[in-house]
Design a binder for this molecule. Structure first.
Ligand code: HEM
Length: 459
């Protein structure tokens, strides 16, 4: 019998408000119940406000595309992330967001991304060298490595800086702390805890971690910002160099240091956490399904043999791409999109008051019983033909104008990393290992991912 990839078993019935608080403090996935995966829309009553969870694809399109300006990004999320991200594109709205999107757009066009391919490849080669040091058939904790390599890719492609081991670990630990505390702070805010209590319970730790990350980034960016301000010509071809050159259309001036720092901090968060999550879950699925792993391996050998991967190869790894897309369906790194109703509106048959929270959750929609055959099963062939997928039910990178700007970057990076690992090693899950899935800002495995690496003969 085919194994079923792990998913948390939902509760039969909706939990009480107190239980919801206790469960969701650790992971919002723990608060879901059976109806969440069957309903078109649900309402969660919070002491502070109402929250609507929308699964109906027609309404999802309305919120994310057709009436996107009436459902801006949540102010609560913006406030929660501001100690780390400041005024960053991920959470801003309106004109501020438009300008930031314009600022980042040139850096993420496909031609620009192909220019950073070599910088990406260097980081992946360092990763492969670390794996080579292990004796054959070692169990490797891959989640740590995926987090490190994706952070390293961001450092190199954005700032031409290699992530050093010690500083890197410090920054990544600070990120985990920001993530954990952000979910807890959100729950405390929704349940109306007084500010002073929230501060004692974890806010202080969160602010300290956010400041540490910003300092590390600032130390790299500031000298370069100052050099460009003093008219020096930079010799870099990374993403920061294009950010330093862009002129603000409203003021006709370059962006300020703080504005650039906010965007880089956000790119670091949005760019490494998500990709790391997607890679760990894909390695998990490949280990669990050896026949799919073999097919992907054969495709890689047929197209690239043992040659160094070229950017064109990645586009030809069609089966591997289907596997990755199916992994993004089962474990979408961004499990929910938080919006709010700008004015009173009707969604399906419910009157939604102005200021209510509106949530679109790919985690639920991607596993919805009515939209998918065998929703919890792993089947990469679903992605072979677009017509197999019901309209507006697959959205790992979001939808509409707020769609992920780094989608092309992430696909290039993920396929490159996966192809390198699969060509060199056969992967098997450690016997009896079960991931402890948790939903924070991204969907991760709290106990990591323990995979046995067996060297392929051709090495
Ligand atoms: C597998 C990897 C990734 C996934 C699954 C992912 C997913 C997403 C999703 C779902 C959104 C929209 C969230 C919403 O609508 O609330 C988003 C936005 C964004 N992502 Fe990604 N992302 C990934 C990688 C990256 C990378 C590598 C970068 C940059 C280096 C990046 C930069 C951004 C930015 C800047 C936004 C905000 C766009 C805006 O609001 O205009 N992402 N991402």
């Amino acid at each position: 019998m085919m194994p079923c990839p792990f998913h948390p078993k939902p509760y039969k019935n909706k939990a009480s408000t107190l239980l919801t608080f206790l469960l969701k403090r650790r992971s919002w996935l723990d608060g879901l119940y059976e109806r969440s995966y069957k309903m078109q829309m649900g309402r969660v009553k919070m002491p502070n406000f109402d929250l609507y969870v929308v699964n109906d694809p027609k309404e999802v399109r309305r919120i994310m595309v057709d009436e996107v300006r009436d459902f801006p990004k949540s102010e609560l999320l913006h406030r929660l992330l501001s100690p780390l991200l400041g005024e960053s594109i991920f959470t801003t709205n309106g004109r501020v967001w438009e300008k930031q999107r314009e600022l980042l757009r040139p850096s993420f066009e496909m031609t620009r991304i192909s220019k950073v391919f070599d910088l990406m490849s260097d980081a992946v080669q360092d990763l492969m060298q670390k794996f080579e040091k292990y004796p054959d058939k070692s169990i490797i904790e891959v989640d740590e490595y995926m987090t490190f390599v994706t952070a390293d890719v961001i450092f190199r492609t954005i700032m031409s800086a290699k992530l050093d081991e010690i500083k890197g670990r410090e920054v990544l630990e600070a990120f985990v702390s920001v993530q954990e505390e952000t979910v807890k702070t959100a729950m405390r805010k929704m349940f109306r805890f007084p500010e002073w209590l929230s501060y004692i319970l974890g806010e202080r730790k969160r602010l300290k971690s956010a400041a540490l990350i910003r300092q590390v980034l600032s130390d790299i960016i500031k000298p370069r910002y100052d050099a460009v301000s003093n008219g020096k010509h930079e010799g870099y071809s990374d993403i920061l160099s294009s950010l330093l050159e862009v002129i603000d259309a409203d003021t006709n001036e370059r962006f300020s240091f703080e504005e650039i720092l906010d965007q880089v901090a956000m790119l670091f968060l949005a760019g490494h956490e998500t990709t790391a999550s997607s890679l760990t879950w894909t390695l998990y699925l490949l280990s669990l399904f050896p026949e799919h792993q073999e097919k992907a391996y054969e495709e890689i050998i047929q197209i690239a043999g043992q040659e160094k991967f070229k950017i064109q190869d990645l586009k030809n790894f069609k089966y591997l791409t289907c596997i990755f897309k199916e992994s993004l369906r089962l474990y979408p790194p961004v499990g929910f999109f938080a919006r709010e109703a700008k004015k009173e509106t009707k969604i399906r048959d419910k009157i939604v008051a102005q200021g209510s929270g509106v949530v679109v959750a790919p985690w639920l929609i991607h596993r919805h019983e009515q939209f998918w055959k065998n929703p919890n099963g792993f089947d990469p062939t679903r992605h072979g033909d677009k017509n197999n997928i019901k309209k507006d039910t697959y959205m790992p990178f979001g939808m509409g104008e707020r769609i992920c700007i780094g989608q092309g970057f992430a696909m290039q990076e993920a396929i490159l990393i996966l192809a390198n690992i699969l060509r060199a090693y056969k992967l098997e899950l450690e016997e009896s290992f079960v991931p402890d899935i948790i939903g924070r800002l991204t969907i991760r495995s709290a106990n990591g991912m323990r995979i046995k690496f067996t060297k392929r003969k051709s090495q």
